[in-house]
Ligand binder design. Structure first.
Ligand SMILES: Cc1cc2nc3c(=O)[nH]c(=O)nc-3n(C[C@H](O)[C@H](O)[C@H](O)COP(=O)(O)OP(=O)(O)OC[C@H]3O[C@@H](n4cnc5c(N)ncnc54)[C@H](O)[C@@H]3O)c2cc1C
Length: 384
């Protein structure tokens, strides 16, 4: 009988957690997760939108297929976590709306709709009366919008916790230590945690988010390819007099886009800024003001809610906005660079990474995200 590979996963954000879950659940391979603080990364700051339609962007059509697959797969993942493990990811269906506030914004939203239609996406234009029926809390100033049925949401914090919890139920261990260095050794990899002694693993998955490049022993291109895109969000609490909107609402006002995500739990997330300023944890007053101002314009009832949190996080960006997925050396696998789609993609990329650990090279779809596309031009290293 062949023994199960010993697998280390570095980083227990939603990507590492979903890879650990699929490895254990689908392949009965129990990994060791390393993370000094699993609830400190982007996965806890995000808004949890599962939005392949609203996030479709000119020039990024290649990503669309995996985003659509991920949105569909979340339905199954949510059901598995609920039915087999008794865990609630806060999945909420019902679709989402992109609304225009002024006449120029309406023209832009119509252009966006034509783009969606060209891509074959299911999105419908709704006029004022239909919008009011769909989301009664919308401001009467809103003239038109696009409804996308497939764009839904999870409570990303609950989903992330659920994936870790289900993985632990399946035997995955969580070691609360940073990994400082990895190095190849006979038939596998030596993993050096900050706390405790080095250990040997057959395979290593690097899912350490935007700071993965700080791990010694990774090829140089990893740190040069990943960059933080700062995002600030606001969390409010709804109440009986100020209920949460039931759909995900995105709005365009004078060319500025924001979103409002209302959870079943009553949490409401308003976001987000996107700033190329490196790692800067300042919770800016101006950004808070602008987000609230634009959100109140669309959903005036938000003003009555309780202000709970202002959070800053860093999207793990890459030069082509697509993730780095796959083996870069014998038994060394990257699961990085999910940029602004990491919550959405986790339902698919966790599965693909688990497949890659167990049967390298078998999954054809993952090849489109091969990290080797950056290896040559950016401080390469020995990437096979
Ligand atoms: C403001 C904002 C809003 C967003 N909204 C959405 C959204 O609505 N929908 C969506 O799909 N995506 C969204 N995203 C993107 C999404 O949050 C990320 O793509 C995703 O969380 C990345 O997950 P991750 O597991 O790779 O990284 P992280 O969640 O950052 O986790 C990385 C983990 O690795 C650990 N780590 C780091 N270095 C080491 C080391 N050396 N050793 C051990 N562990 C280490 C860290 O402690 C951390 O826990 C948003 C992001 C931001 C910032």
């Amino acid at each position: 009988m062949t023994r199960s590979p010993r697998v280390a996963i570095i980083g227990a954000g939603i990507e590492g957690a979903s890879a650990a879950f699929y490895l254990a659940h689908k392949h009965a391979v129990v990994a060791e997760l390393f993370d000094p603080d699993p609830y400190s990364g982007a996965s806890q700051v995000a808004a949890g939108m599962l939005a392949p339609v609203a996030e479709a962007v000119y020039g990024e059509e290649g990503l669309l297929e995996i985003m659509l697959e991920a949105a569909r797969d979340w339905i199954g993942l949510d059901a598995t976590l609920r039915d087999s493990f008794g865990l609630d990811c806060g999945y909420r269906g019902g679709g989402s709306l992109l609304v225009a506030v002024g006449p120029n914004d309406a023209a832009e939203v119509e252009r966006t709709w034509r783009f969606y239609r060209k891509l074959g996406l299911d999105a419908r234009i709704f006029q004022k009366a239909e919008l009011a029926e769909l989301e009664p809390q919308l401001s009467p100033d809103i003239s038109m919008g696009i409804y996308a049925k497939i764009d839904n949401q999870v409570d990303n914090r609950a989903a992330h916790r659920s994936l870790i919890s289900a993985s632990r139920t399946l035997g995955v261990t969580l070691t609360n230590s940073r990994v400082t260095e990895i190095s190849p050794e006979h038939n596998g990899w030596r993993v050096q945690p900050e706390i405790g002694s080095a250990r040997h693993f057959d395979k290593v998955v690097v899912a350490a988010g935007v700071r993965a490049g700080e791990i010694e022993g990774l090829p140089g291109f990893v740190s040069s390819v990943l960059r933080p895109i700062r995002g600030q969000v606001i969390r409010l609490a709804a109440s009986e007099i100020a209920p949460a909107p039931s759909l995900v609402i995105r709005s365009l006002w004078q060319g500025r886009g924001i979103y409002v995500v209302g959870r079943k739990s009553g949490e409401v997330v308003i976001g987000a800024s996107a700033e190329e300023v490196g790692f800067d944890p300042t919770r800016r007053a101006r950004t808070t003001y602008e987000l609230l101002r634009d959100a109140f314009r669309v959903l005036p009832g938000l003003g009555e809610m309780h202000l709970e949190e202002i959070n800053v996080g860093y999207r793990p960006g890459t030069p082509d906005n697509a993730p780095l997925l796959g083996e870069i050396d014998d038994g060394l696998i990257l699961d990085l660079g999910h940029f602004r789609h990491g919550i959405l993609l986790a339902s698919v990329t966790g599965k693909w990474i688990a497949d890659e650990v167990v049967s390298p090279g078998r999954n054809q779809a993952i090849k489109a995200f091969d990290p080797a596309r950056f290896a040559k031009s950016r401080g390469g290293g020995n990437v096979s």
